[in-house]
Ligand binder design. Structure first.
Ligand code: HEM
Ligand SMILES: *[C@@H]1O[C@H](CO)[C@@H](O)[C@H](O)[C@H]1NC(C)=O
Ligand SMILES: CC(=O)N[C@H]1CO[C@H](CO)[C@@H](O)[C@@H]1O
Length: 319
C-alpha cells in the first residue's frame, strides 16, 4: 500500500521534473535555457556577480550594458561584433559615431576572463552581453527574465554596418518601419524604447531640436535642453527624472512633452503609438511584461549557431 502510493508519488514527481527539465532545455532557434548547464554550470552567478559589483561602483553602467546589447543585436545580429576592437586593416562598429558613448567594455572583459578560467572556450561573448544586459535591467529595478543561450560570436565588425542603427531624428512611422524590418510590432518598438528609462543622451544627439523648427518641442522643455547644451555638445541630459531606475517614468515624461530625443517624443506625438505610451505610463507592470518579451526577442536577432560562428577567447579579437 505505502510503497504503491510512494511509487505513484515518485513517478508524479519525476514527470513534473521531466517536464520541467525539458522546458528548460526547449530550444528556441537552436538556443536553449540550459545551454551551459553541463559545460559551464556557474555561468549565471559569475555574470551576475560581476555585473552587480561593477554597477555598485558605477550605477550608470547599467544603461550602457543594455544599450550595448541593442547595438550588438541590430548590427550583424547578436554576435558580439560590437566588442571587437579596430585593427590596422579594419575600423570596427565600436568606432562609429553611434558607439562613441558606449561604455562598459571592461565589465564584459572581466566576465570573460573569469569564465575562461572556469570553462575555457565555452561561453560566447554574444551570450555574455545578453546576460549582462538582463542582469543590468534587474539590478536597476526592472523585471527579471530568463534568456536562451547558445549564440556564437561573429567575425565581422565593420563601421559601415552601423547604418543599421536607428537615428534619433526618425519619426514614429520611420521607427515602426525600421523595427518592423526586424520583425517587431509597433508595440514592441515602443516597449524597447522604454530602455531610455535609464541613462543619458549627449547634447549632440538632440541639439538639432533647438533650432526652433521642432513642432514636438515645448518652449519650457526646450529651455531645459538648451541649458544642458550651454555646456557643450558632450553635456549629458538624463532621459527622465530617475536615470538609474528601470521604471515607467520615461513614458510619463513623454506624456508631458519632456522626451529628450526627437525619436522619443514622436512616440507620444504619433496617433500610431500614443496609446501605447499612455498605457505604459499608467501601468508599469504592463511595460515590464512587454519589455522582457521584446528584449528576449531582440536577443534572438540573426543569431549564429553551431559552425556559423566561434567562441572568442578574447571578446575584443576574433580567434
Ligand atoms: C527606438 C530607436 C532608438 C533610438 C533612435 C535610440 C537612440 C539613442 C541615442 C541617440 C542615445 C544617446 C546617445 C548619446 O548621446 O550618447 C541613446 C541612449 C540610450 N539608448 Fe537608445 N535608441 C533607440 C532604442 C534603444 C533600445 C531598443 C535600447 C535598448 C533596449 C536603447 C537603450 C539606450 C540606453 C540605455 C541609452 C542610455 C545610454 C547611457 O546612458 O549610457 N535604445 N539611444
Ligand atoms: C516621417 O518622415 C517621413 C520621411 O521624412 C515623411 O515622409 C513622413 O511624412 C513623416 N511622418 C510624419 C507623421 O511626420
Ligand atoms: C568606449 C569605447 O571604446 N569607445 C571608443 C569609441 O570610439 C572612439 C573613437 O575611435 C574611441 O576613442 C573610444 O575608445
Amino acid at each position: 500500500m505505502i510503497p504503491t502510493i510512494m511509487s505513484k508519488w515518485m513517478s508524479l514527481v519525476s514527470i513534473v521534473l521531466l517536464v520541467g527539465v525539458s522546458l528548460r532545455f526547449r530550444s528556441v532557434n537552436g538556443l536553449s535555457m540550459g545551454y551551459y548547464l553541463m559545460s559551464c554550470p556557474f555561468v549565471d552567478p559569475i555574470v551576475k556577480n560581476t555585473v552587480n559589483r561593477a554597477l555598485q561602483n558605477d550605477p550608470t553602467l547599467a544603461a550602457s550594458l543594455i544599450r550595448m546589447h541593442f547595438h550588438d543585436c541590430f548590427v550583424e545580429g547578436c554576435d558580439g561584433s560590437i566588442l571587437i576592437d579596430s585593427t590596422r586593416d579594419n575600423t570596427a562598429e565600436k568606432d562609429s559615431p553611434a558607439n562613441l558613448s558606449l561604455r562598459g567594455y571592461e565589465v564584459i572583459d572581466e566576465i570573460k576572463e573569469q569564465l575562461e578560467r572556469q570553462c575555457p572556450g565555452v561561453v560566447s561573448c554574444a551570450d555574455i552581453i545578453a546576460m549582462a544586459a538582463r542582469d543590468a535591467v534587474f539590478w536597476a529595478g526592472g523585471p527579471f527574465y530568463e534568456i536562451p543561450k547558445g549564440r556564437k560570436d561573429g567575425t565581422r565588425s565593420r563601421i559601415e554596418d552601423t547604418v543599421n542603427l536607428p537615428s534619433p531624428f526618425l519619426n514614429a512611422s520611420q521607427l515602426i518601419n525600421t523595427f518592423a524590418q526586424r520583425g517587431f510590432t509597433p508595440q514592441q518598438m515602443v516597449a524597447l524604447s522604454g530602455a531610455h528609462t535609464l541613462g543619458v543622451a549627449r547634447c549632440i544627439s538632440f541639439k538639432g531640436r533647438l533650432d526652433g523648427n521642432d513642432p514636438l518641442l515645448s518652449p519650457n522643455f526646450g529651455r531645459a535642453l538648451s541649458r544642458t547644451c550651454s555646456n557643450g555638445d558632450n553635456a549629458l541630459q538624463t532621459f527622465d527624472a530617475t536615470p538609474d531606475s528601470f521604471d515607467n517614468v520615461y513614458y510619463n515624461a513623454l506624456s508631458r512633452g519632456a522626451g529628450v530625443l526627437f525619436s522619443d517624443q514622436t512616440l507620444f506625438a504619433s496617433p500610431r503609438t500614443r496609446d501605447i505610451v499612455t498605457a505604459y505610463a499608467m501601468n508599469q507592470a504592463l511595460f515590464f511584461l512587454d519589455f522582457q518579451r521584446a528584449i528576449t526577442k531582440m536577443g534572438l536577432l540573426d543569431v549564429k549557431e553551431g559552425y556559423r560562428g566561434q567562441v572568442r577567447r578574447n571578446c575584443r579579437r576574433v580567434n
